[in-house]
Design a protein around this ligand. Sequence first.
Ligand code: PLP
Length: 390
Amino acid sequence: MSHHSGRHFLQIPGPTNVPDRILRAMDRPTIDHRGPDFERLGNEVLAGLKPIFDTDQPVIIYPASGTGAWEAALVNTLSPGDRVVMFETGQFSVLWRELAERLGLRVDFIPGDWRSGASAADLRAHLDDDKAHAVKAVCAVHNDTSTGITSNIAALRKALDDAGHPALLMVDTISSLGSIDYRHDEWGVDVTVAGSQKGLMLPPGLSFNAVSAKALYAAQFSTLPKSYWAWGPMLKANENGLFPYTPATNLLYGLREAITMLMEEGLTNVFARHNRHAEAVRRAVSAWGLELQCQNADEYSASLTAVRLPDGHDADAFRRVVLDNFNMSLGNGLGRVQGQVFRIGHLGDFNDLMLAGTLSGVEMGLKLSGVPHTAGGVNAALDHLVETKA
Ligand code: PLP
């Protein structure tokens, strides 16, 4: 590998850039996880997470990647053979579905084209057909990281309410929490799944379940096997700020700092920052004459943008040119859109100049790779950043 001076640009849609404040916060000796200092840390992060999920209800922390929290949501609330509804919004909906099926759940997969979000109208029709209430849960990916599509969770909640259907609502916010407006309590979500490595600006290794009273009630009757993921012992130990097994102590130091940083900036400002950067990226894409993977303007993701390359141009070869020449990692196309799409992550600890550098790398990469485009995308983005500078 050739030598690269300067710093690497990590512009995949997670894991994201870990700010120095968080790195410094984690750079401490690990402490006794059953002692009083840990109790204080545990209590602080368990309480501090609630406003991030916009909830007054418990948030459970696992020393695991997001996939663990996906599994935890299902095994704590459901029983073998239960029917659940999922929506095809991209690769992450496909992976959650596969996980559910491996657990012995029956998934009604509402088909999608990977260019639009979960449809509340389709959900309503599906639930209206389910007079016997065989469907036990509706599971949606809030922001599908493979396609850059954000689904309207409040609309799904409304569809459940309008249908008078008692199914649980579970939402994956792995690439939206701390980046895109999200309201666990207001939207009546029963289990919110999240991870540490995106909007929370932490390294990978922590994941979360925020749980409603209705989810906790359902947990009493759930018979899917569970041990490591079981909510019961977690919630019991959490009463004193502790965990039933060895927690990821140093990641929790980082989490405490991440919560402090998000609260200092203010969540409304965090969401506005992500929206502004996302709009600047879309202006660049439009000026280049390239196509977004997401087709509906009201479903554009604020945390990442998935860009389609013209037919005959391989997105992975393009990403390789950018990496080799400019030391920048862009996200690859996943599953069905592999080779067709590249993804720009603009979430987490991110600012205008990082965005300018990122888009410059993309524009130079397009030129070097011979991808047909119109120059001027970077300028279009910069104009937006200047026009909207408060
Ligand atoms: N769901 C979404 C929306 C994701 O973006 C990811 C990972 O990127 C996952 C689930 C899986 O999480 P993990 O890779 O942390 O297990």
